[in-house]
Design a protein around this ligand. Structure first.
Ligand code: LLP
Length: 431
């Protein structure tokens, strides 16, 4: 949940006081720990290594969770592949030094141009989500004189027991092909001249804390793999998707990677297929935080509002999913803003609505948080490394935040703050 430590009353990320980052780069800003990113990756790698599976596994970081080039590059250096869902993500992965041969391309609406770019880059596999997509991919590959490697993303109709907006494996979802139609579709894929059937894919949802739905989905998938083999369609890999949850709050702890993966890996024991994993949140979520400053306090009759300089455009998850992120005070040394404004004296602790300055009632970052706050205080919004910056917008013409990577005592600016001028540079007045 927390990537920070408090040393002599000073809240740090690795060896760097958060207040130093705020003073140097301003707020709001995202701050990541390189060590935490590497530790999260090691959770998967070591679990697979302990079972002798590492050589035939590919860990494909789901770029949608955090697509900053420095983060993609870090995972590429660790040997990861990538799960992408757009031509834009493909371009990012390539720009970050990712190996196209380790890229899988998911998503329900790939355009011909995106298919072309991925075929030309030589990606590992397309995770195809419909019959029409098979036909389109066959046509595009034919035009290029190439054979497209494909998996079908099957929808196992398993309840992942998570938020409905991030459940993807139920019959009612737009994702994947219906389990009952998958066998016929594989036969069709095998008959198309410009496709090479390679594997099978299944992703049932995100922020899963219970490992059993993933195991149940795997059981269904393995049954299908065996039926296909009996019919002469032998698959080379099984892609089990992403979805492992993280701890956002202490009373909802997430299992360690080894424990989450155990039931699934038990099922895969003794099989010959290669394994692909598509973790997003679990590799980056708890390695990042959003640093923000209390702009204004507005105690009221019914509710007390702490208006901070981060908002729903920076971190959309609370507004969109009613998601809970722990909010902590940065502590001593947080009193000076870059403009030199010194904080007023701390008030007593009380329950604050931590909100942003955006003109929406849904613009909140946390409800009912017991904190002793003064204007100018710095706050860290934790577990914000996944689907934080990646989902940020410019609503209210707010420049997107800076991103900083801490590595021991070193501080790297990995994305500078946008300027207001940049936000309307692509627009034009009427003649
Ligand atoms: N593979 C596929 C095909 C996916 O659709 C996703 C996430 C992943 C892998 C990675 O799943 P993860 O390991 O991160 O659970 N914006 C939401 C989460 C949306 C997840 C979408 N798909 C949030 O902030 O909670």
């Amino acid at each position: 949940m927390t990537v920070t430590t408090v040393r002599n009353g000073v809240r740090c990320i690795e060896d760097v006081p958060l207040a130093d980052i705020a003073a140097r780069f301003g707020t709001p800003c995202y701050v990541y720990s390189r060590a935490a990113l590497e530790a999260a990756y090691a959770g998967y790698r070591d679990t697979l290594a302990a079972r002798g599976l590492l050589d035939r596994s590919l860990i494909c970081f789901a770029a949608k969770a955090n697509s900053n080039l420095a983060i993609l590059n870090l995972f590429a250096r660790l040997g990861a592949g990538f799960d992408i869902v757009s031509g834009g993500e493909l371009a990012r992965v390539l720009a970050a030094g990712g190996d196209p041969k380790k890229v899988v391309f998911s998503g329900v609406g790939k355009s011909p141009a995106e298919m072309r770019a991925a075929l030309e880059a030589g990606i590992h596999c397309f995770n195809v989500e419909s019959a029409n997509e098979l036909d389109r991919l066959n046509t595009v590959a034919g035009e290029l004189g190439l054979k497209a490697p494909v998996s079908l993303r099957v929808n196992p109709n398993v309840d992942p027991k998570t938020h409905p907006y991030i459940s993807t494996g139920l019959k009612s979802a737009k994702f994947g092909v219906a389990f009952d139609q998958a066998f016929d579709l594989y036969q069709r894929a095998a008959s198309l001249p410009n496709l090479a059937v390679k594997g099978i894919d299944c992703h049932i949802g995100s922020q899963l804390l219970d490992p059993l739905p993933a195991r149940d989905a795997a059981d269904k998938v393995l049954g299908l793999v065996d039926r296909l083999a009996a019919a002469g369609i032998v698959l080379e890999h099984i892609d089990v998707g992403g979805g492992m949850g993280i701890t956002y709050r202490a009373d909802e702890p997430a299992p360690a990677a080894a424990d989450y993966l155990a039931p699934l890996l038990d099922r895969l024991k003794g099989r010959k297929e290669k394994l692909i994993f598509e973790p997003g949140r679990s590799l980056v979520g708890n390695a990042g935080l959003l640093l923000t400053r209390v702009e204004m306090l507005k105690p009221g009759e019914e509710k007390h509002f702490a208006i901070v300089d981060a908002a729903m455009n920076d971190l959309m998850r609370p507004a969109l999913y009613d998601a809970w992120h722990e909010i902590v005070k940065v502590g001593a040394g947080d009193m000076k803003s870059p403009e030199g404004v010194t904080a007023t004296k701390a008030t007593e602790s009380r329950a604050w609505e931590v909100v942003g300055p955006i003109c929406e009632s849904g613009d909140f970052l946390g409800h009912d948080r017991e904190l002793a706050l003064a204007e100018g205080d710095l706050l860290a919004i934790l577990s914000a490394g996944a689907y934080g910056m990646a989902m940020a917008s410019n609503y209210n013409t707010r420049p997107r935040a800076a991103e900083i990577m801490v590595d021991g005592a070193a501080i790297h600016l990995i994305r500078r703050r946008e300027t207001v001028a940049e936000l309307f540079a692509t627009e034009a007045l009427l003649p």
